[in-house]
Design a protein around this ligand. Sequence first.
Ligand SMILES: C[S@@+](CC[C@H](N)C(=O)[O-])C[C@H]1O[C@@H](n2cnc3c(N)ncnc32)[C@H](O)[C@@H]1O
Length: 262
Amino acid sequence: MSHRYIAGYSFLFLARLLRKVLEPIWRVASLLEQLALIIWTPRDIDRYARTDWNSLPSVQSYSCLDDWLVVTEKTLVETYFTQKGELLNLACGAGREALLLARRGLRVTACDWSPRMIAEAQRRSREANLPVRFEVTDMFNLEYPENVFDYLLLTSKAYSHVFPRWRRVHFLRQAYSALKAGGLFIISFAPASHTPRGLLLQILGGLRRFAPFNKEYEPGDRFAGTFVHFFQQDDLKQEFEEAKFIIKEWLWKQGFAVLAKP
Ligand SMILES: C[S@@+](CC[C@H](N)C(=O)[O-])C[C@H]1O[C@@H](n2cnc3c(N)ncnc32)[C@H](O)[C@@H]1O
């Protein structure tokens, strides 16, 4: 056996050993992230998320995106946004889809709660010479007049960034009001791959009954890089229907739905 073989084998052995030691530590670290959810109220989560989305690294990573992210997004837009109407792009980030839609001839208003994202989106639209109206707006507090938009668009699973359920329904009602009759809303969300259960869920569910824990914690709320609510199909359908939307297309696995205002 050569020395070179032994040296290489030692590296492999060391790497496996380190992985074995570090894996439980990594699991505990992930658990701690989930515990933040049971301490923070939805407002605390918003505060953290807003600061995080507004950070320079977040803005930089979104400002280099300039194409459709997934084929579903592109197909839905091409299928449903067929007229050159008024469109509101919610949680628009650094303007990726707003610019793509303005290029297709739609009259685009786009909003996001991060001032830095909006400043970057404005810079990009000036550079591309595309007339998009960008605004700093929290999705929870949409103040658009009634019946003004033909289309609404919310991509990148951003519906899952609103907590808890009653605030999502409040958001949907505002969106519904801003849509014209016959208007369409392409919306993206995070679908759960399984029904949440297990010891952690039971602990979190139990703790929410006691102060100072977050009594608005809901099964499906998780930290996955950022705070995300993972939906069960029936719960999500109920939210859409509670806001009076008709579900026109349902792409559960892809995390997209098309909603209509009758
Ligand atoms: C995943 S990024 C998507 C950006 C853009 N739509 C895209 O796909 O390139 C999510 C965006 O949602 C925004 N966002 C999250 N929660 C929001 C809220 N409550 N109101 C407005 N914007 C929000 C963030 O600031 C961020 O720009």
